[in-house]
Design a protein around this ligand. Structure first.
Ligand code: KIV
Length: 262
């Protein structure tokens, strides 16, 4: 088995221009498959609110739910770096609460790092959590927890602000930054400017790595997927077909057959 992915290893990958491959994961079964497939980073994203819980957005997801899912993913990961995503209102109220909640991902769930959304405005928090010994991945550009402030899920095009956000989170000690929903040319400039690895989602090919939501890339749900998603499989149709055949056979007496009986 290849060596475990560590934060220094992510920096070395950026240095050597080796792309970092990241995906979201929410449970043991898929985290095990992703880890075995050689995915470098498993992010337990609060996107689970939408793809696992069926909610309209990520805002209602709680800390306890994130800990529950992160623990399952961490149990499966042999090689990949596991990052827990801090949900809405887990880090905004006070610095002490942000540090306590970040610490829960490490102590209770077995994650190696946490992610939180925001740029310059959250840089003091990033500094405080990092100073407490917890590695932080930042997330700038289209930040889904700000859906109401942004007036929807909109591509972010303010180059000066995005560059400033990236530099400020780096200065605050973030070990990496997710660039979401940013024109490729801006993401390229940011990736060249910062020393920390950039992980893109809807941010073009020049980021140091890429991440997609697992259910989107595998076609596991039948929801609309954004333009930046490539669906490598259409598993929802496979699953539907398998379950329909099972139902037909149970109803028609074809299952269980003699070979399934004691
Ligand atoms: O919640 C999530 O899954 C994320 C990634 C898409 C970056 O934040």
């Amino acid at each position: 088995m290849a060596a475990s992915v560590t934060i220094p290893r992510l920096f070395a990958m950026k240095e050597k221009q080796e792309k970092i491959v990241a995906v979201t994961a929410y449970d043991y079964a898929f985290a095990h498959l992703a880890d075995a497939a050689g995915i470098d980073v498993l992010l337990v994203g609060d996107s689970l609110g939408m793809v696992v819980q069926g909610r309209a957005n990520t805002l209602p997801v709680t800390m306890d739910e994130m800990i529950y899912h992160t623990a399952m993913v961490a149990r499966a990961a042999r090689r990949a770096l596991v990052i827990g995503d801090m949900p809405f209102m887990a880090y905004q109220v006070s610095t002490a609460e942000a540090i306590r909640n970040a610490g829960r991902f490490i102590k209770e769930a077995g994650a190696a790092a946490v992610k939180l959304e925001g740029g310059a405005a959250v840089s003091p928090l990033i500094q405080a959590i990092t100073d407490a010994g917890i590695p932080v991945q930042a997330h700038i550009g289209l930040t889904p927890q700000s859906v109401h402030q942004m007036g929807g899920y909109r591509v972010q095009r303010d180059e000066a602000r995005l560059l400033e956000d990236a530099l400020r989170v780096e200065q605050a000690g973030a070990f990496s930054v997710v660039l979401e929903g940013i024109p490729s040319a801006i993401a390229t400039k940011i990736s060249r400017k910062v020393r920390i690895p950039t992980i893109g989602i809807g941010a073009g090919p020049d980021c140091d790595g890429q991440i997609l939501v697992l259910h989107d890339l595998l076609g596991l749900s039948e929801r609309h997927v954004p333009k930046f998603v490539k669906q490598y499989r259409t598993l929802a149709a496979e699953v539907r077909q398998g379950l329909t055949e099972y139902g037909d056979e149970v109803r028609g007496g074809g299952f269980p057959a003699p070979e399934h009986c004691y």
